[in-house]
Write a protein that binds this ligand. Structure first.
Ligand code: BTN
Length: 179
């Protein structure tokens, strides 16, 4: 797979956007998982860049965090975060962005595109919950209470926002078109 300079710059730009939006983060008193704009950022990335460039952007973001740049929620970093209690969400992001980008590339139907956002979010919830359960020793039921229940409604709002913003940006600017 060969990327043009323009594609590489776009991926780096969106990795930086994800890193910035992930810092809009609120710790919650009843769970160790913070509320963040990460899901919004990844959804917008998939809608604008599509599956391939979207996945590369997310992988750059994960790599930067993995090597120690404080780009994860609340300026955290390192492999300890990637393989810690919230690491399942992070490791699920490449799949989410791919699903979202694929849905957007394959269909112009608002229902299909929104469905791909929902399926992408569910895939992140699954990886997030499973890893949280494995690392903390909580049951799957308890983990769902900590990892999904507090976020589902707000994440749905983030997806609606991402849908509106992502589609209006991609209609106006064709980031992925070649010169
Ligand atoms: O430690 C990290 O950087 C990852 C934080 C993951 C937070 C998850 S993403 C899905 C859900 N929605 C939120 O707002 N927070 C959690």
């Amino acid at each position: 797979m060969k990327l043009s300079t323009k594609e590489l710059i776009l991926c780096a730009l969106f990795a930086a956007i994800i890193a910035i939006l992930a810092q809009i983060s609120i710790p919650l008193p009843f769970t160790t998982v913070p509320l963040t704009m990460l899901i919004f950022a990844v959804a917008v990335t998939g809608l604008i860049l599509g599956p391939k460039l979207g996945a590369i952007s997310v992988l750059i973001y994960l790599l930067l965090g993995g090597i120690g740049l404080p780009v994860f929620a609340q300026f955290s970093a390192g492999t300890g975060v990637l393989f810690g209690p919230t690491g399942g969400y992070l490791l699920g992001l490449p799949l989410m962005v791919y699903i979202v980008g694929f849905g957007k590339d394959k269909s112009s139907s608002p229902i299909i595109i929104f469905l791909s956002l929902i399926i992408g979010l569910i895939s992140v919830y699954i990886t997030g919950t499973l890893m949280f359960a494995a690392i903390t020793g909580n049951t799957i039921y308890q983990s769902i209470l900590y990892c999904v229940a507090p976020f589902a409604f707000v994440d749905l709002i983030k997806l609606i926002l991402a849908y509106i913003i992502g589609l209006s940006v991609s209609k106006r600017v064709s980031f992925t078109a070649t010169f």
